[in-house]
Structures are given as structure tokens and as C-alpha cells.
Design a binder for this molecule. Sequence first.
Ligand code: GDP
Ligand code: ZN
Length: 298
Amino acid sequence: MTSEESGTVIAAHGRHYLVEVGDVRLQCVTRGKKSDVAVGDVVRLKRTSADQGVIESIGERRTLLYRSDQYKSKLLAANLTQLFVVVATEPGFSDDLVSRALVAAEAGGIAAHLVLNKIDVETALPRARERLALYAGLGYPVHEVSATAAPEATRTTLLPLLQGQSTILIGQSGMGKSSLINLLVPDADIATREISAALDSGKHTTTFTRLYRMGSDAAIIDSPGFQEFGLHHLSEGMLERAFREFAPHLGHCRFYNCHHLTEPGCAVLSAVASGEIAGMRHDLYRQLVHESEQTIGY
Ligand code: GDP
Ligand code: ZN
């Protein structure tokens, strides 16, 4: 007879999960076709052998971060406390992806920070700072680092922010996310190799999300680089609240059910017209409302 145990999901690859139970790692599958388990989930499982198990149930989640397209949503991680968007001086970063990540964090009840990496590339620094001023102005902290040129200073800047937190790092490829992870998690390479071997996905080491422990009270979650961050699952009501600069204007539109798109007397639109709300952010809001209307799957 096997009894149930509790563990934390530290990697997910398709329907295969690696679950940490104490200091043992078990390769797990879910019962039936369920595949709604996320990295960071605390699960109940039954061991089927010394290093394998079956996930029976998922514990209550404090937070859940996901992205979605028209047809389905994809869980990114559960029980996060914060999200760091990694951008760089060069190659250029996408404002669209940055804002989408910030919107996802707001909607998921997760704090969000920006990390500007490669500040040693001085020629590109002023422009990057200028572009990030928009987000700093919204109250998102921006941390300037250089993973390769100033590794110690980078650790000094970031490590205290990670204490006691469960942090996901998100970024386009080329921003230096792997360099940062390797700097912050000393044995990250070894851990990744072990996880890949356990999940039998050695050829795809960057295609799965994984959780690294940092001491006893912190975790870093590395997600594969992505090019798209669909947010089709967010309703219009969630979207207007996920743009934090809209907050002072909500409730001040002429129509109580204003969509903030074309309505006369819209307080949000007049803040866009006066420059108080950045046009680029409202354009994204408009795009996301459109996306949420296109959802035909779940
Ligand atoms: P990822 O795709 O986001 O995981 O990025 P990588 O960590 O693989 O880094 C992409 C490239 O940027 C590599 O050639 C790194 O050596 C380089 N890189 C990373 N951090 C820095 C930095 O702080 N300064 C400079 N100049 N290059 C960096
Ligand atoms: Zn309005």
C-alpha cells in the first residue's frame, strides 16, 4: 500500500512533471488526461516506484500566471509572488511583450519589476533608459545590471530582491536571462541537466519551465524564451484593471459600462488625449480587448 505524499512541481514538460518531495525528485504523470499542473504547484501524489509517482491533486494556488491564444491557455507557473521582465540595452526589446507581461502580472496578482541588463553597452543605454521611463513612471521598479561585465554588482542588486520570494524571469531571447540565472543560481547548469535527464528531454533543455531553489525560502522560475504572450483569457473588466494608470479614471466615464475605446465622455480616452496615459499603452489595451473577443476555445 502506498500513502499520499506532498511535493512541489519543479519542472514541466508536456504531461511529464518533476516533483520534489523532501530532497527526492520523482518523475510524475497526472491521472487521466489532466494536464493543468503548473511549475510551482504543491501537489499530492502517490509513489509508484522509488523515483516515480502519480499526481492525485493540486493544492490551492495563491497565484497563477498564464498566457493563452484563441484556443487554449497555457499555465506558466503557480504560487509566484513576483515577475521580473528581463530586457537589455541591445538587442532592442519589445514594448509589446513588456507590457503584456506586466498586464499578466497585474491580472494574476503578482508584483512586477523590470531588469535592464547589459548596461555596459553604453551607446545603447540612454535610449533604453528613455524607453523604460514609461514603466518606471507607472511605478514598476527598474533595476540596472550587467550580468557579464559586472556580475558581483548584479548579484548585489538582485539577490536581496529575491529573498523570501518566488520569482519568475521572463524575457525575449538574447536579453541575457540565462546569464542572469547562472549568476543567481550557482548550480543552475547542473540542475538543468539533471532535470532534462529526468524528464528525458535532453535535446530540449530550453523548452520547459523549471524552478530552482535558492536557499530555504526563495525560488527562481525560468521560463523558456517566448515570442508571443497571448492574453486571450483576460476579460475586458480584468484588462481595464490590469493597466494601472487607468485606475484614477475608472468610474469617471460618462457611461458606467464604458469600454474606453470610442465612447464620448470617456475619462480614459481624455487622459490619452492629454498625454497622461501613453498612447502605446492604450493601443495595447485596445488590442487585448480585441483578442479577448476572439476567444473561441475554453
Ligand atoms: P537569453 O537568450 O536571454 O538567455 O540570453 P543569454 O544569457 O544567452 O545572453 C545572450 C547574449 O548576451 C550572450 O552572448 C551573452 O554573453 C550576452 N550577455 C549577457 N549578459 C550581458 C551583459 O550584461 N553585457 C553584455 N555586453 N552582454 C551580455
Ligand atoms: Zn471610458
